[in-house]
Design a protein around this ligand. Sequence first.
Ligand code: AMP
Ligand code: ZN
Length: 481
Amino acid sequence: MKLYNTATRQREEFIPNEPGKVSMYTCGPTVYHFAHIGNLRSYIMEDVLEKYFRYVGYDVTRVMNITDVGHLSSDADEGEDKMLKGAKRENKSVMEIAKFYTDAFFSDCAKLNIKTPDVVEPATGCIDEFIKVIEGLIEKGYAYLAGGNVYFDTSKLEKYYIFNDFKEEDLAVGVREGVEEDSNKKNKNDFVLWFTKSKFEDQALKWESPWGVGYPGWHIECSCISMKHLGDKLDIHCGGIDNAFPHHTNEIAQSEAYIGHKWCNYWFHVLHLNTNSGKMSKSTGEFLTVSLLESKGYDPMEYRFFCMQSHYRKNLVFSYENLDNAKISYNKLIARIATLKEGGEVDAEAFATLKARFTDAMDNDLNTSLAVTALYDVLKAKTNDATKLALFADFDRVLSLDLIGHASVLRSKLEEEAKKANAAPEGVSPELAAEVEALIEERKEAKKAKNYARADEIRKYLSDKGITLIDSSAGTTYKLS
Ligand code: AMP
Ligand code: ZN
């Protein structure tokens, strides 16, 4: 399986540290507000990656944090704490906000068929671990105290910029527009490990520490939570592309400085979902959430299908027009699956050939858009329905588009409608209706057998009872004469 590794800027064969096992870490949400559908694009594509690892037989342990403290408005330790901002906005406590939006996040994930990671750990539950690692970093000379805060000293590293796809000056925190430089920092990219002093003094959550009462910086939580559950060698770390710098760069800096060797082998970054006017936002323009899409009549599976149709390493533009196109394609696909008949033997050879198209696409840097094409290949294939249904169920272990479930709901709906259309006319007793149905069936068979005499006899018999048969291309119905 080949995956693009942001750290090496190459597609590489994925080889985990331990054969057959994958340790996977995902940066979780900052729970100060609902997730927007851009955030959820990242979680959908990471879910596909996890499920594909499992599909090809790896034993995966996936860990995710919940950021409920320390993430300031700018990723570079400036501005107000996002959680505090949320609490003020809604007149609630920070912990109430965290609980509410953590639940809301997992409810959105459930709607989108995103599996909950094996371990989910809120940052506020790991303060002791953060303090231990920060103490270790100070001891090893990688961190210093200044103005009451503890900073990581980036000048102590041989290489700080890992993901330097970007221009160095764009990455430098101090020169970012609207971000003032913190005069305590020795180097412009040093970052806070522990705050006791910040520009705002009303921080709601504070803990005792060797450096005074305060709270952790944002980056330390992911390093510590990952090491706590997955040890000091991580196979793969995921997040949206905005996390590459400074968040993941800082995670690598502090983790490797602490453990003294390479930490994570593969970095999987999902590119952004943007709007026509640019960056997706929770505060300006339409706040695009799963609930909003549902209120406009979209099924969350239609959004998941929209995400599957494009590669995770391409920026994706959201517009209702684009989503409508995905909606139409998804429902056409479901309608075609709904016509497939259950039962019968699976053709093992055809199954293997068509499955290979799917795995070839997925092995090629998780090419979900080609994997969607493989779904259409199944529909077009010259094989029986049982094989096709088995393939859809198989691919859906990864794509999680609820293909079989949605198709069976549609099939029941169509059957219900057909039943209603064929329901006994008013004034016909259930006994008579059953007799008529049976005779209609017998007449159909008689006609098939070219026994027209019997067919006419049935028509006459029913006509004498006041029942007129109506033949059409859709079959035979009846009415009272
Ligand atoms: P946050 O809740 O802000 O910590 O972000 C949660 C996840 O969403 C992170 O992995 C971000 O990198 C990712 N993310 C943020 N904005 C977008 C976007 N527009 N498209 C895709 N992923 C995003
Ligand atoms: Zn993180």
